[in-house]
Design a protein around this ligand. Structure first.
Ligand SMILES: Cc1cc2nc3c(=O)[nH]c(=O)nc-3n(C[C@H](O)[C@H](O)[C@H](O)COP(=O)(O)O)c2cc1C
Ligand code: SF4
Ligand code: SF4
Length: 254
């Protein structure tokens, strides 16, 4: 059994890169995707959660994952959360504090890290990939130091968009109905492999969306042919993934 365990969710690699950087620094750390449920039966020194901010709060799958996690033998562990965001963080850390408290646990440490904004379905991708990656890396170093030293820094309470967040996240899950696949598709199945919640089935060589989407943008962003689009909005937008995260890192998740 490893001494530490960290759960992550990531569409374009920002959160995965943060999780990997922390795991490397604290050593002896298992990295597990939150795309599937997990039974936590051993006791760990540190338990971490790393995820992006969606609509000012947590992605739906992350919330469901943490609510379902049995923390009974880990109530005294150092529990930390790091959320990556494009521009803000709102209630992303406050939400997790509340969920853990409801389960008898406690968030010892929470920090936001600003990263590249990846929501290609909503806006064009910026041209500041390298500077954002550098800023992410610098911010991660400070967080790593804290987590290595078991710093007790619970997140500052932020006003969450809780009234809007829940309905919005629910609405997102069917937004894949707006996705289309162009003639450029070469049937490589990358989209299906990279989807963290198994929302894409390959049928006759083409992706078919199953309407339990998290809108993580992974399929759109990692498709080598730019064949997946949201209506007619994304055809001329660039594509993004964290420059130091490879497709194999995204696919070979536990
Ligand atoms: C559906 C969706 C909603 C988002 N909402 C927010 C938001 O409310 N605030 C924000 O700062 N960034 C928002 N973002 C940007 C991501 O949180 C940010 O780019 C994050 O680092 C992506 O992490 P990943 O690469 O691990 O998927 C959103 C992205 C997506 C795809
Ligand atoms: S990743 Fe793109 S090219 Fe590959 S199967 Fe999916 S849509 Fe087609
Ligand atoms: S279908 Fe695409 S956007 Fe939706 S969860 Fe899967 S990879 Fe993410």
């Amino acid at each position: 059994m490893a001494k530490n365990i960290m759960f992550y969710f990531s569409g374009t690699g920002n959160s995965l890169k943060v999780a990997k950087d922390i795991a490397e620094a604290i050593e002896d750390c298992e990295l597990i995707s939150m795309g599937k449920s997990y039974k936590l039966s051993d006791t760990y020194q540190r338990i971490g959660f790393v995820y992006p901010i969606y609509a000012g709060g947590m992605p739906g799958v992350v919330e469901r994952f943490i609510k379902a996690l049995d923390l009974s033998v880990n109530k005294d562990s150092f529990i930390f959360a790091v959320c990556t965001s494009g521009s803000g963080q709102a209630g992303g850390l406050t939400n997790i504090s509340k969920i853990l408290e409801g389960k008898g646990g406690k968030l010892s440490y929470g920090a936001p890290i600003r990263c590249f904004s990846n929501y290609v379905g909503l806006y064009a991708m910026g041209d500041n990939v390298d500077s954002k990656a550098k800023a992410q890396s610098e911010a991660t170093k400070l967080v790593v130091k804290d987590i290595q030293g078991f710093a007790i820094k619970p997140p500052i309470k932020k006003i969450s968009m809780s009234i809007l967040h829940g309905p919005f996240i629910k609405w997102l899950s069917k937004r894949d109905k707006a996705f289309n696949v162009s003639e450029a598709c070469n049937s490589c199945a990358t989209c299906s492999k990279v989807c963290p919640v198994e929302n894409i089935k390959m049928e006759q060589g083409k992706p078919v969306f199953q309407h339990h989407c998290e809108q993580c943008m992974a399929c759109i962003q990692w498709c080598p042919k730019k064949a997946i689009n949201v209506k007619n909005k994304t055809q001329n937008r660039g594509r993004y993934h964290h420059p130091e995260v490879k497709l194999t890192d995204m696919i070979n998740k536990k």
